[in-house]
Design a protein around this ligand. Sequence first.
Ligand code: ADP
Length: 427
Amino acid sequence: MKTVSTEQLLRKIEELENRLAESEQLIEAIKAGEVDAFAINSNNQSEIYTLQSGDYAYRVLIEEFGEGAINVTEEGLIVYTNTYFFKLLDLPYEKVVGSSIFDFIHPDSKQEFNRLFSEALMGKSRGEINLVVNKKIIPVYISLSSLQPQLATVGIILTDFTEKKKNEEVILKYQNDLETKNRELIQSNTELASFTYIASHDLQEPLRKIQTFSNRILDKENENFSTGTKDYFERITAASSRMQKLITALLNYSRTTSSDIDYMPADLNEIVKEVKNNLQEHFEETGTVIEVRPLPVLDVIPHQINQLFTNILINALKYRRTGINPLIKIDADMVILPEIEVKPSGSAANYWKISISDNGIGFEQKYEDKIFELFQRLHTNAEYEGTGVGLAICKKIVQNHNGFIKAIGEPGTGSTFNVYLPIKNLE
Ligand code: ADP
């Protein structure tokens, strides 16, 4: 065991008493607010603790939070940077502290930064600029505040916008692509519409000739025809009259277009009344009962809405069940977007849902989309005569009104056609 002399012990005690006195003085001075900073030796390195810069918690916060934080003098000299900022610049701490903030501003942002900086010298400012380090551009959002009167510096918080800009660029690119595609689509739709129109229009002429000459031959040569030839000729006329119907339907389809001037406020009750009158005979013949609940007044293209009801009602009659009287119900309800299972492409939030239901043969739900397609039918012409264009026209009409149409069918029970029309059509 190491022996210590009394003299040595007394010296040690004196030394410790001195250090204690010094510490007590320092504590008294800190309490009295006479000390700004003091040095502490830890791990052989002296660190300065500034009492005025405050709480340790704040230092940690600035150091650790996920934004750049710097303090610059009024001349732009960086006197403090947190780790985030010098890492953002990809430079060592020593290369950032002591440099001028102006050295890191992209030439294109210089003017904007000067403005923000001089504004901040008198208070606060914020804006978006580009930094540049070793040719790398870093878009940032900066928020500057003068730290006067406590400090003659400007505090700057910088948010890295690199990802945001990248996302914006991607979105912008998508938007541009979408606009180009949209333009192309409009163009091809217009071309298609005029093609359909021209084709169907021009097909009528040769078809009329076929019909005229076969009728003449049938009239004149009827006696000389064998039964077989007569049958062939009758088939020719039947086929050409079907073709005539298809062409007329196609022409109607291609004519179902819209323009803003066609819209006008119309009472749907009146339109339905007109359609009912036109179909009165068919209703009577088939013993149809039709129940109509009050309908709204809407901004519509009246003759197209007339066509819409006509096509759906004709189908309700055509696809009736044998043995029971057809019952058709027309109803209207106001619905808001979240209640509608299909999200329409338009921006409207509130719709009128006009439903037309029948108690006819119905259809299998899986065919819902098919029946709205041009020339698509679920039956042969021998079973039910038709062109397969009626519902395609309905769909087009509803789309012209920024709405959408849904069909619900149950074989052997009936069908319901729900037409959704925006409450304010011309928004
Ligand atoms: P078309 O009646 O000339 O065949 P549509 O386009 O009007 O053409 O209808 C397409 C198909 O949808 C019809 O062939 C039919 O199979 C089905 N359909 C339409 N309306 C009804 C209805 N009310 N009940 C049952 N099936 C229907």
